[in-house]
Ligand binder design. Structure first.
Ligand SMILES: NC(=O)c1ccc[n+]([C@@H]2O[C@H](COP(=O)([O-])OP(=O)(O)OC[C@H]3O[C@@H](n4cnc5c(N)ncnc54)[C@H](O)[C@@H]3O)[C@@H](O)[C@H]2O)c1
Length: 346
């Protein structure tokens, strides 16, 4: 039996996502995603917001990230399993869905492993645009795993970074990252220690994966005026920065209710002051105040960023061959005759 049009949902496979990214261009797509995220941060107040629903285990975490703007509803399924890479699997994989609030019918199903890397990089660099010191040219990239190249290219595209200084506990990861970034318009310096990586860097990105309270940066490593983009501390019991750095920084977050559970600030008092990025982006709160200030983006990843990415993909695939129609919704001739539909299929 041929499915009807109503049964079909556009599905973007990993293969099609990669084709789309190359069609648009990686840096161009990150830039367009950042614009989409910025636009949604500007209408932050109208979104349904909830900390993501996390299922923790000794192995990692599985999370559901829902939100809605009243017209569309979206969610992402994402995992975080730092031990996975030792078993030939990725730390983070994801897929997501967009639906029409009026009918409740899904309108897009897509891979989001690639898309998460792009949207995380886009969010980081968007925030960097508001918080990084003026004229920043060099970024330290600590943690050279799956996210790292995307982060470097995003800061190049949106913040004018021309040099990245790489460090990872595992030199093979640094080698991989340096090779992947060759010929991409960045000066790439591979470093042997985190201390070496931060030399001369105005922006420090920490993007490591370990299921513990790690200390990727100690207090004495962070000089005045630096912007820290802390990506990897995104779960209870999983952080990257020494607490003293937090006490010297002005801290910017996505959604405090989620970040206080998952971010670096889980190490602080529950009422420690933080600034929400949507308020900086809308001009309601100040971003960087002066050249001496240490700004810290305590990033954990919030559902609205994924919603922006899902809507971007829905628009981007219209009229293209970058998706397949998936027979996903049962569509009986009589909406109440689901059983009859099943019997006729025999
Ligand atoms: N904030 C967000 O929105 C967001 C989005 C996606 C991923 N993440 C997080 O970002 C982190 C990185 O993700 P990924 O997919 O690149 O993971 P990955 O496992 O591919 O890479 C992590 C890298 O960190 C390195 N590392 C671990 N401990 C280190 C240390 N002490 N010093 C230096 N390097 C160290 C590992 O060797 C590895 O190469 C994860 O913790 C993930 O949960 C956050």
């Amino acid at each position: 039996m041929q499915p009807s049009d109503k049964a079909l949902v556009p599905f973007v496979s990993v293969d099609n996502m990669m084709r789309l990214i190359h069609h648009v261009g990686i840096e161009q797509m990150i830039t367009e995603l950042a614009a989409e995220i910025e636009a949604d941060f500007k209408r932050w107040e109208l979104f349904d917001k909830t900390p993501r629903v996390a299922a923790h285990s000794p192995h990692g975490v599985i999370e559901l990230m829902p939100t809605s703007d009243g017209e569309a509803y979206g969610f992402k399924y994402v995992n975080g399993h730092p031990k996975n890479t030792t078993e030939g699997l990725q730390t983070v994989t994801a897929f997501g869905l967009l639906a029409d609030v009026y009918t409740g019918y899904p309108t897009l199903l897509t891979e989001m492993t690639m898309l998460t890397a792009l949207r995380t990089a886009a969010t980081s660099a968007l925030v960097g645009k508001y918080l990084a010191p003026k004229g920043a040219t060099t970024m330290a990239m600590i943690g050279n795993g799956a996210q790292s190249e995307f982060q470097c290219l995003a800061f190049k595209a949106l913040c004018g970074i021309d040099t990245v200084r790489l460090y990872d506990l595992d030199p093979r990861a640094t080698g991989k990252c340096a090779t992947n970034l060759a010929g991409k318009g960045l000066t790439v310096v591979s470093c042997k220690t985190a201390e070496e990586a931060i030399e001369g860097a105005q922006i420090i990105t920490t993007c490591t994966a370990d299921k513990k309270y790690a200390t990727i940066l100690t207090d004495n490593m962070v000089g005045p005026g630096v912007h820290i983009n802390a990506i990897g501390g995104d779960c209870p019991g999983k952080t990257e920065l020494h607490r003293d750095i937090l006490l010297r920084s002005d801290i910017f977050v996505e959604y405090p209710e989620q970040t206080r559970i998952e971010g670096e600030i889980q190490a602080l008092e529950p009422d420690h002051p933080v600034t929400e990025m949507w308020q900086v982006i809308t001009g309601k709160a100040q971003g960087r105040r002066d050249a001496q200030q240490i700004t810290l983006f305590d990033s954990v990843g919030f559902a609205i960023e994924d919603f922006s990415a899902l809507r971007y993909i829905k628009k981007a695939i219209e009229g293209t061959a970058f998706f397949e129609p998936l027979d996903m919704l049962a569509d009986p001739d009589d909406p109440r005759d689901l059983f009859g539909m099943l019997m006729r299929a025999k």
